[in-house]
Ligand binder design. Structure first.
Ligand SMILES: Nc1ncnc2c1ncn2[C@@H]1O[C@H](COP(=O)(O)OP(=O)(O)O)[C@@H](O)[C@H]1O
Ligand SMILES: [Mg+2]
Length: 237
């Protein structure tokens, strides 16, 4: 089984008529780590929401692990794809932090001990081991973001899709997240404005602008193309 992402000629229009994605084709191989960059409104979050079926193409096709993202494959796809939303308030819905992190593994029908072990480990991985009994709703945005990441890590997904994971984090939390991502051998697509992280962590970078892929290549090459970066509102780190 290849846990890869295959997007073919994807276009997407929101119900209000806004065309957010135009003819996107993107293939991500097993254990490949890809950065997705581009200005606000480029379509990064919209693209990511297609990877676990929260949005469906207006045109084109999205496949994950060889399966088309359709209603009948949704259970399998969501077990494979761990998606962390840009806004952690969209991810956290249990009153207690521990229950949010345990929710995924609990619904995978794992034994209680395994659910507990995974949840404790996931909290530790984001440095939030002391937050198990806190109320998610009361946390700061950076704390919520780290818990949101833990809710996905506890499911041990084959593919990690992270929407601006470092945006709200303090320097220490950012650093430990970067170290964690570096050590994980996993297929990853990460939307970010953190160009230093891109340079450090991702061999491949995709630039999205106006709903279109305008560049896709080795990160060092893209980060050295100053006219390209400037044309799309990006800066060399
Ligand atoms: N629910 C929605 N209805 C209409 N337009 C939307 C909706 N959500 C996002 N958009 C628009 O789609 C475009 C892409 O948004 P988004 O994917 O969030 O971009 P990014 O994540 O790159 O900042 C933006 O112009 C945004 O305003
Ligand atoms: Mg976004």
């Amino acid at each position: 089984m290849h846990h890869t992402v295959e997007i073919e000629n994807l276009s997407f229009q929101y119900p209000d008529g806004h065309q957010a994605l135009r003819n996107i084709s993107l293939h991500i191989g097993p254990d490949e780590k890809v950065a997705l960059v581009g200005p606000n409104g480029a379509g990064k979050s919209t693209l990511m929401l297609h990877l676990n079926g929260l949005l469906r193409p207006s045109e084109g096709e999205v496949c994950v692990g060889g399966l088309p993202v359709t209603d009948e494959n949704l259970g399998q796809i969501r077990a494979w794809v761990g998606l962390v939303f840009q806004n952690p308030d969209d991810q956290l819905f249990n009153p207690r932090v521990f229950d949010d992190v345990a929710f995924g593994p609990l619904h995978m029908n794992l034994p209680e001990e395994e659910v507990r072990r995974r949840s404790v480990e996931a909290l530790a991985a984001v440095g939030m081991e002391n937050y198990a009994d806190r109320i998610s709703h009361h946390l700061s945005i950076g704390e919520k973001k780290r818990i949101a990441i833990a809710t996905v890590l506890s499911m041990d997904p084959k593919i990690l899709v992270l929407d601006e994971p470092t945006a709200m984090l303090d320097p220490r939390s950012r650093r430990s997240l970067i170290n964690l991502l570096r050590e994980m051998e996993r297929t990853m697509l990460v939307a970010t404005h953190d160009m230093r992280m891109v340079e450090e962590l991702f061999p491949r970078t995709v630039i999205l602008d106006g709903g279109q892929i305008v560049a896709d290549g080795p990160t060092h090459q893209i980060l050295n193309d100053e006219p390209l970066l400037e044309a799309h509102g990006l800066e060399k780190p």
